[in-house]
Design a protein around this ligand. Structure first.
Ligand code: PAF
Length: 283
């Protein structure tokens, strides 16, 4: 496994594989990897000839009061794990490599970027789209892998790829959870033991919603009301949003149907966590 820090080197490495007719799979990450990331890596290894994992804590997607400085980083730990997973390249640029002095170009997916997480993180998806488009330009993947845990991000990136006619297939892989149901996230490392226990309320509220839907309830108001009441009982939790939306336009729905996205963001103490489920209506 090779760790590459510069854009020309990365382009040259994938260029050789492309000339030899090999397909490239890209897993964009911000590092501090967990099983959720490894599920993406394994999918990339299955579907592409060459696997590239990018590790870059992207300053453009953090708000001024967010956790850019404290976001967990450990390249050595990540590299050891990625080597075991059989990854071919790690792309780990410095911020100045991606955004040199005088950098001015940003990508927006209007409308979708303002909803759900976009309301409390107004610049976030502009930063995500910008860095992911740059990574696509640098690595030139045939397939790129993202997790459903960041459902809005995945939907926005798919739309970006479609609108900009990018020759990349955007694959969205299922949420990976801890044994007790907590969705895996690098930000879980911020939680104290009490907060870790309280954080289970996100997954529990989704499980309760699923039970209601399985029993035939289709009114979004009733389901979301139940989720909010459950979260409201957890003293360490503060709701940012709990919504049921259409997967295409992310607009709120009144009636739950197959494919409705039920998504939530909740502060547990100071840490903002997200989780979601896509309604299957299959028993
Ligand atoms: O999901 C993430 O870790 C980041 O938003 C991504 C896609 C790597 C872009 O920085």
């Amino acid at each position: 496994m090779k760790i590459i820090k510069t854009i020309p080197e990365m382009k040259a490495a994938v260029g050789e594989h492309k000339s030899a007719g090999r397909t490239i799979g890209l897993v964009p990450t911000m590092g501090f990897l967990h099983e959720g990331h490894f599920s993406l890596v394994r999918a990339a290894r299955k579907k592409a000839d060459v696997t590239v994992v990018s590790i870059f804590v992207n300053p453009a997607q953090f708000g001024p009061k967010e956790d850019l400085k404290t976001y967990p980083r450990d390249l050595n730990r990540d590299s050891v794990m990625l080597e075991k997973e059989g990854v071919d390249y790690v792309f780990h640029p410095e911020a100045g490599e991606m955004y040199p002095h005088g950098y001015k170009t940003y990508v927006e997916v209007r409308d979708l970027q303002e909803k759900l997480c976009g309301r409390s993180r107004p610049e976030h998806f502009r930063g995500v789209c910008t860095v992911v488009l740059k990574l696509f330009q640098i690595v030139g993947p045939d397939i790129a892998f993202f997790g459903q845990k960041d459902a809005q991000q995945a939907i926005i990136l798919r739309k970006m790829a479609q609108d900009l006619n990018l020759d990349v297939q955007v694959e969205i892989m299922p949420i990976v959870r801890e044994a007790d149901g907590l969705a895996m996230s690098s930000r879980n490392t911020y939680l104290s033991p009490e907060e870790r226990a309280a954080a289970l309320v996100l997954a529990k509220s989704l499980e309760a919603a699923k039970r209601q839907i399985d029993h035939g309830e289709r009114r979004a108001g009733v389901i979301l009301g139940g989720m909010k009441a459950m979260i409201g009982e957890e003293p360490l939790a503060r709701i940012d949003y709990v919504e049921a939306v259409d997967m295409e336009d992310l607009d709120p729905v009144k009636k739950i149907v197959k494919g409705t996205l039920i998504a939530l963001a909740v502060f547990i103490g100071p840490t903002r966590l997200i989780d979601n489920m896509i309604v299957s209506l299959e028993r």
